[in-house]
Design a protein around this ligand. Structure first.
Ligand SMILES: [Zn+2]
Length: 310
């Protein structure tokens, strides 16, 4: 199987293969031939060729392990069996797919946190980090129980369901990168979340103390608001990053504050400048070990709950 790319785009992910659509393994490097466009321009047409053994059985080939809307639905269905978790439809995507939201907690909505994932479809490691983070908040630990009495967590695990199911790179079905639409709100997906958050804040005169948007990229990065800017709980995000870091030896994540003031087009900026939520874009590497992705998601939730309870 050969994939050819437009002139300026190189192949990115190491392809994964599966015989059941659930368990994926990386394709053996000896079966993969990648031609990248180089600076010297020796290769004009970037391509990737995978040598496959074909049989009458179905074979799944995917950039990252596939986690689709139906996989997500299964996860949210299981989670919402817990008495303190409810699932509802906040609205619809451009293609009419439900945009689901989980409410985790037994508090009134005076104190809330908001969580997003998969604005960008192939960012599966970010989704896996979000899952570990949410499962920790939903656990039976002492801190989690205390946390849920004080804070309600609202989670949008798949912000871009159309992009996910159609295999898009970054866009929704309107051809728009949703994480560039938090100023103009031209797309239904961003409007649904904006309206939902506004309603929650208004209904109970509530406050959103923390906001996190999970993504994946080449490496682990935290994009933060300029630490000079004060939201509803100044210092929370720097403390969270430093507390989390202490649990991992020789781990120095890249922290990139966006300098200065003023709204930008991303969700993180929107939730900070509109709601005062201490906001974080949580990027984890495409190739970071899945075990580490999970562990770091869990530790981040543990540290966040402790800090918010203090
Ligand atoms: Zn992203």
């Amino acid at each position: 199987m050969s994939l050819t790319y437009p002139e300026n785009i190189n192949h990115r992910y190491h392809p994964k293969i599966s015989s059941d659509g659930i368990n994926f393994v990386e394709i053996d490097s000896s079966e993969l031939f990648i031609a990248k466009k180089t600076v010297e321009e020796k290769i004009k047409t970037p391509s990737a060729t995978i040598r496959l053994s074909i049989s009458p059985d179905t074979v799944w080939i995917s950039a990252q392990e596939l986690i689709t809307t139906s996989d997500n639905k299964q996860w949210t269905n299981e989670l919402s069996l817990k008495p303190f978790i409810t699932k509802s439809k906040a609205g619809e995507s451009r293609e009419g797919k439900p945009i689901e939201v989980l409410r985790i907690g037994e508090s009134d909505d005076k104190a809330m946190i908001f969580v997003l994932s998969r604005q960008h479809p192939p960012e599966v490691t970010g989704y896996l980090a979000m899952k570990a983070f949410i499962e920790t908040i939903s656990s039976n630990s002492e801190d989690a129980i205390a946390f849920r009495k004080k804070y309600n967590t609202y989670v949008f695990p798949l912000v871009n369901p159309d992009g996910v199911d159609n295999g898009h790179w970054r866009h929704n079905m309107g051809g728009i990168d949703l994480n560039r639409d938090w100023e103009d709100f031209n797309q239904p997906e961003t409007r649904v979340i904006r309206d939902f958050a506004n309603k929650k804040v208004k209904e109970n005169n509530g406050k959103i103390y923390f906001f996190v948007d999970f993504h994946s990229t080449w490496q682990d990065i935290y994009y933060t608001i300029d630490p000079e800017q004060k939201g509803n709980m100044p210092g929370l995000v720097p403390a969270l990053i430093s507390e989390t870091g202490k649990e991992f030896e020789n781990y120095n994540p890249n922290v990139k504050p966006s300098p200065g003031t003023g709204k930008r087009v991303t969700s993180t900026s929107y939730f900070f400048y509109e709601h005062g939520a201490e906001s974080l874009t949580y990027e984890i590497g495409d190739n970071t070990s899945r075990e580490f992705v999970k562990k770091k998601g869990e530790v981040t939730a543990e540290k966040l709950m402790k800090l918010l309870l203090e």
